[in-house]
Design a protein around this ligand. Structure first.
Ligand code: S6P
Ligand code: ZN
Length: 191
């Protein structure tokens, strides 16, 4: 009988921090300067270094670009920090294909997953190591690092979901997470 050789796994996840290793792994980073549209305190923002990295993303495509029915796996690492009272956070987005859902699971740190539907109804879920979050389709999502260390989470989402950043850049989220008397506090932020 002939033995059958195995295929190689897509990549390796280091479960200590969620990071990915492998030839197909891609990465990007967002600096403070690229997040000008999202922080509310413009004068505090202007005094900060725009080249400072706020978060890094890794992902690995399992199928070709925009493949309907395919999935992507990735992770995000958000640095601790604030612009004035507002914690460092991701830009946040709707999916371009609005009905595409997503999973997030927290590996390290603490934070908030901020959600908003297309009628600007907002909600949020605390993130801590092990917390699993399901993001429905048609819901914008952003992660805020409310802790004093890195916040790291893994994610799985449809290959053809895409990102609509423009709607968030123009209209913002309806909730903001601010540090008030040392505590992470969620406030309404309607435009
Ligand atoms: C992709 C998924 C994440 C984010 C990442 C950065 O659908 O939600 O990988 O891309 O957390 O956030 P943002 O808002 O800059 O894409
Ligand atoms: Zn997403």
């Amino acid at each position: 009988m002939q033995t059958v050789p195995p295929n190689s796994p897509l990549a390796t996840v280091d479960w200590r921090d969620g990071s990915l290793l492998g030839p197909g792994v891609q990465q990007s980073e967002k600096t403070l300067g690229q997040l000008q549209a999202v922080f509310s305190d413009r004068s505090e923002f202007a005094a900060m270094d725009p080249s400072q990295v706020v978060y890094r993303v890794q992902w690995v495509p399992a199928e070709g670009a925009n493949q309907e029915g395919g999935l992507l796996w990735g992770n995000t690492t958000i640095q601790p920090g604030r612009v004035g009272d507002e914690y460092f956070m991701t830009h946040g987005h709707f999916h371009l294909k609005r009905d595409r859902a997503e999973f997030y699971a927290t590996v390290q740190g603490e934070g908030m997953l901020v959600l908003m539907d297309e009628n600007r109804r907002g909600s949020y879920e605390p993130m801590k190591p092990g917390s699993l979050h399901y993001i429905n389709g048609n819901v914008a999502h952003r992660v805020v690092n409310t802790g004093s260390s890195q916040l790291r989470f893994v994610a799985c989402w449809p290959t053809d979901a895409g990102h609509d950043y423009g709607t968030i850049a123009e209209e913002g989220f309806s909730l903001r997470v601010l540090c008030r008397a040392g505590l992470a506090t969620v406030v309404r932020s309607d435009r």
